[in-house]
Design a protein around this ligand. Sequence first.
Ligand code: PMP
Length: 354
Amino acid sequence: MTVYNFCAGPAMLPADVMTKARNEFLNFQDLGVSVMEISHRSSPYIALAEEAEQNLRDLMGIPDDYAVLFMHGGARGQFSAVPLNLLGEGKALYLNSGQWSDAAGVEAAKYGTVETRDLRRSAGDLDLGDLGDTRGYRYVHYCPNETVNGTALFDLPQVDSPLVADMSSCILGREVEVSKFGLIYAGAQKNAGPAGLALVIVRRDLLGQADPKTPAILDYALADKTDSMYNTPPTYPWYLAGEVFKWVKTQGGVAAVAENNRAKADRLYQFIDDSPFYRNEVAAHCRSEMNVTFQLQDTALDARFLREAEAAGLMALEGHRMVGGMRASLYNAMPMAGVEALIAFMSRFEQEHV
Ligand code: PMP
């Protein structure tokens, strides 16, 4: 039975990447040892690390005046690193659109002055509105894809200070113009690799103003100066992320996978909208193409739905514990066949229970 894994993260990785990793697991480049057993300062590892960075630069069109950092601590590590590095004595604006942007603001407030703006007209309807004059902020933070809520912001917030984005659940899933951002960060474990790695893309003129108490491993300027090797980096996740970047290139790059992602999500939303048995409560203009949330009209059937889905090889469809319901995460690695299998199951389940 083919298993399709709809987990929001850690999420499925491309089958080709997993096969290649398995094949060279014990013997990397004929060294007779695994890539996870070699020094991060050895020449094969440095070559791999540089190639991964270059491929990410190519895929996202990252300009030369941006540093690309491979860091520890996941996205939450960056919830702390961003204010520690950028906030100084000033204030920051956090745009709240759901679970994760809320959490980022709460963490940042530990380190200085944070103002928040709630973008939710309702849980499933976001409005960027007019943010007015934002010149007084050291940066404006937002989350373009709220993994828990299944909501997305496709337009850029119009701001006059550096824009900081938590792209944990959409990096490499849709096209972005990096030069519009001061800083982009992402936990890797959805679209970019396994857990244990955070990607940071930061305009270099923002570096060098970190709070003196910033832990060295969260200091962007230090990470940049040491090519993300101030301490031992998460070498195996970095290697796997590098393989994912190569794979995205073979798919035709971000534009091609983004088109495919839209097609997958549209197919599922259409099915849900056409069915009286399921519903999605997110306004059409902010429906995430990465995390499709849905509910059964009769929530008494939730447990049964999940049990039978699992038995049919459709894994991890349970919604986040904060919101309940269902969630199908359709990251880059999920093929259309997985979406079709899910729809076939949902359709069958509906017929059996109406
Ligand atoms: N931001 C977003 C948008 C997320 O989806 C997640 C994880 N689901 C996080 C932050 C937290 O990531 P981590 O567990 O890597 O700290």
